[in-house]
Design a protein around this ligand. Structure first.
Ligand SMILES: Cc1ncc(COP(=O)(O)O)c(C=O)c1O
Length: 362
């Protein structure tokens, strides 16, 4: 077999370990997963109802164009349906953008650390990954701008950032976007947008409306609690959507996912409850971590970076020690944050469980 040569440079995405695997491995009855920035609560009951109703139609293909969902998303966010792309998670949208924009000789620029998919898709295309260190825990817009060359076709910017949770005000992002060459597509990845508590949180969409080389990505995986069904969406120039339509498989978003996302979108006001739960959970974790003498990065998201170097256990062993005790967190080292763990905000009981297990390591 002769695989394409640049595959040798790709590091496969390492996902958080599933709960059942940890239960079996350590013989545990109770395991709490705070590793993948998932919603701690199941989807709304109304969403589950539409999913079960759709079971009867599963002998049919889903709508290949996601017409209803695109129309609802366009309506909600002030776009035209032709400007909406819907994918099997926003991961799929990131992949498509790499397919239509990258090839050997081109470059993609993003922060280091950043969401691991950016590097994987860039390398899989044989393009060059240009990684720009963060300024503290935040994206360094000046350094990112300086890293752009005539060969840069993609620039991924996550706000709030993953894995740090740091947030940049949109006026700064707007000035940055305006300075980019037209051939460089700015992908504003807003996977955690709905958790942001800042006034300007929706301004990324305004930037997208003004600048044709800006794509905004969002997802139903986080606050909507639908990551198991896989639906992400994006707003872009219609030419980007046309290009994407040439590379995507026709039925990429399954029927249950389309119906669930559409229903979830109609329950927008209920997101307040989830946002409040996350806000209180962040506060609970901040207070608990402070009491344990552990430093953390203040977050605008549903996860946070915690510095565990203060514990007697070596930082790299903390995830394993927590796992043995029934808590799955994300090790910092593979995320280029050695000395840290990344923890998702859970329910109050889950957050307490994490804090209790961390205190056992003291
Ligand atoms: C920054 C960022 N972008 C995109 C995604 C992908 O989300 P999904 O494919 O579930 O929509 C994630 C998932 O964790 C993420 O952290």
């Amino acid at each position: 077999m002769k695989f394409v040569p640049h595959l040798k440079d790709v590091i496969p995405y390492a996902a958080g370990t599933p709960i059942e695997v940890v239960m079996k491995q350590y013989g545990l009855q109770k395991v709490v997963k705070l590793a993948s920035n998932e919603a701690p609560l199941p989807p709304f009951p109304e969403v589950m109802d539409v999913i079960t109703e759709k079971f009867n139609d599963l002998n049919r293909y889903p709508d290949a164009e996601c017409r209803d969902l695109k129309a609802a998303l366009a309506d909600r966010h002030g776009a035209a349906p032709e400007e909406v792309i819907v994918g099997n998670g926003s991961c799929e949208l990131i992949l498509w953008l790499s397919l239509i924009l990258l090839e050997p000789g081109t470059e993609a620029v993003f922060s280091d650390p950043a969401f691991l998919m950016y590097e994987a898709v860039t390398r899989a295309r044989g393009a060059t990954a240009v990684k720009v260190p963060l300024n503290g825990f935040a994206n360094d817009l000046d350094a990112l701008a300086q890293a752009v060359t005539k060969n840069t076709r993609l620039l991924f910017l996550t706000n709030p950032h993953n894995p740090t949770g740091a947030y940049l005000p949109y006026p700064q992002i707007e000035a940055f976007a305006e300075g980019l060459p037209g051939d460089c597509v700015l992908v504003l990845d807003e996977a955690y947008n709905e958790y942001v508590e800042e006034e300007d949180s929706q301004a990324g969409l305004d930037i997208r409306r003004r600048l044709e080389n800006v794509v905004v990505l969002r997802t139903f995986s986080k606050i909507y609690g639908l990551c198991g069904l896989r639906v992400g969406y994006g707003f872009c120039d219609p030419r980007v959507r046309e290009a994407v339509d040439k590379v995507r498989q026709p039925f990429n978003v399954n029927m249950l996912a389309q119906a669930a996302a559409l229903k979830a979108l109609s329950l927008e006001e209920r997101l307040q409850e989830r946002r409040a739960l996350n806000r209180e959970g962040r506060r609970q974790l901040y207070d608990g971590l402070k009491a344990l003498g552990l430093e953390y990065v203040p977050t605008q998201s549903n996860f946070m970076l915690v510095n565990v170097e203060g514990l007697p256990v070596p930082a790299d062993e903390v995830p394993e020690e927590l796992m043995k005790r029934g808590v799955i967190v994300r090790p910092g080292r593979p995320l280029a944050c050695p000395g840290c763990i990344r923890v998702s905000v859970g329910t109050p009981a889950e957050n307490s469980f994490l804090l209790e297990k961390l205190s056992e390591l003291k």
